[in-house]
Design a protein around this ligand. Structure first.
Ligand SMILES: [Zn+2]
Length: 210
């Protein structure tokens, strides 16, 4: 009898072992499936993120002028906010300055620092104000922009991070550069009105990190 019992128990133990392994495998598969689902979610969101989020929070922290979106909205028109603060682009031949030929300085629409001089403005035929160099290169920064499936060089105001436009290597001499700028990011000041009083830096919300 005892022999028969052992013979019966061994297959039973084997069967239990197989069931345990199978249960473990199923648990692992379920875990992996759930885990994979979690990983998919951020990837999908990233793909759906609008291109204007190239302007993310921490990259804005380095600028001297720091303002909330609500503050910018209260100071800018809807079009200026969309372009200068959200990296948008105005339609060609629609901006107020693409065919503007007065003598003076083009300042940042957000923080008022001088960005371009009318002496460096030229007719590029693009439909956007075009300059072959900045008024002061230390007032403009350039960043690689890979949005919209293109590799371009973005130009921003170095003081407040306002999106200005893009820089292309097809400009006239002496620089060979074309600063293709949105009118909405600029504020023209005629030369005659240029006052010696410096308003830059008087903004109380200016935060200096350096
Ligand atoms: Zn600015």
């Amino acid at each position: 009898m005892s022999k028969l019992t052992t013979r019966t128990r061994l297959p039973m133990l084997f069967l239990l072992l197989v069931l345990a392994i199978a249960a473990g495998a199923v648990t692992t598969l379920i875990y992996r499936h759930v885990h994979a689902g979690d990983e998919d979610k951020p990837a999908t969101l990233t793909c759906e993120t609008p291109s204007n989020t190239i302007r993310t929070g921490d990259s804005q922290m380095k600028y001297n002028v720091q303002k909330s979106d609500d503050e910018w909205k209260s100071e800018l028109t809807e079009e200026q906010f969309r372009i200068a603060r959200q990296g948008g682009t105005e339609r060609a031949f629609t901006g107020v300055y693409y065919d503007h030929k007065e003598d003076g300085v083009y300042r940042c629409v957000c923080c008022n620092i001088p960005l371009f001089d009318s002496k460096t403005k030229y007719e590029s035929g693009s439909g956007w104000p075009s300059f072959f160099k900045p008024a002061d290169s230390s007032n403009i920064e350039t960043l690689e922009d890979n949005s919209l499936g293109m590799r371009r060089i973005e130009a921003r105001c170095k003081n407040c991070g306002a999106h200005l436009g893009h820089v292309f290597p097809d400009g006239p001499e002496p620089t060979g550069l074309r600063y293709c700028v949105n009118s909405a990011s600029l504020n023209f000041q005629p030369r005659s009105e240029e006052a010696p009083s410096s308003s830059s830096g008087s903004d109380t919300s200016v935060t200096r990190n350096e």
